[in-house]
Design a protein around this ligand. Sequence first.
Ligand code: 5RP
Length: 287
Amino acid sequence: MWWRSVVNLHRSKNLLALTVAAADSGSSRSPISQQPAAPMGLEDTVQKAKRAAAISAVDNHIRCCTEQQVLGIGSGSTIVFAVDRLAERVKNEKLNVVCIPTSFQAEQAIVSAGLPLSKLDIHPEIDVALDGADEVDQDMNCIKGGGGCLTQEKIIASCAREFIIIADSRKDSTKLGERWDRGIPIEVIPMAYRPLQMKIEQSFGGKAALRMAARKAGPVVTDNGNFILDWKFDNLTESWKEVNTTINMMPGVVETGLFINMAQKAYFGSMTDGQVTSRGPRNMKKS
Ligand code: 5RP
């Protein structure tokens, strides 16, 4: 299945670029890209952590009942494990679900798993949306869009009664930027990218770089036909809510990867013992 190759490619990219210390104590807060190169065996550890978080979230938030549940399916490598678990439960427990994707990749994952596909036109209200994240702070503010799907992800999250994050423990941080140092993805209308780079930098400092494609000449083009700016910020005095509102008001900005006050709960798979920790804002417990 081609989307598994994409995920595998994403996984190996994760290992090259999102390298982590072999023993992630949870107290190490150095940015992901500054941590030492990952030993090969780490892939298993990362995948196990992602899988464990995904399974916990699906098992805790998708009910076993005959009543239909409308689910939002996020994008990235972690969500694939949630789709696998969901497919398993649909088969074994005859769950009645429909799945609304947040990207082309998510749609392919849903279809490949044999899950029923839907869309917001048919189901404008979602019971539970599951998604990965690039970083989650103590207030549950998230950076998303590492995979470039932030706009559809935010629309789906905004329509969900419950928005649940699944991630490995590298994404768990106290403040945004502590661990994710690739900046905040911002989807923009192509003709506006240059003035927007200037406006964002003039308003908040830092550097807003146009995301370039890896295996195609030119910029990354999103599922919506737009460009992505990755804004690396430093020394912000404004609140994330203020930053998000100001950037979203700039003409040409489609959406930011700042998910403020949207997630109710996050599940983090440990990189050391495979345990899953879940938390809402400013509290944490073993799931
Ligand atoms: C895509 C996203 C992803 O959810 C985020 O990048 C996490 O990805 P992964 O599960 O591969 O770590 O926001 O736009």
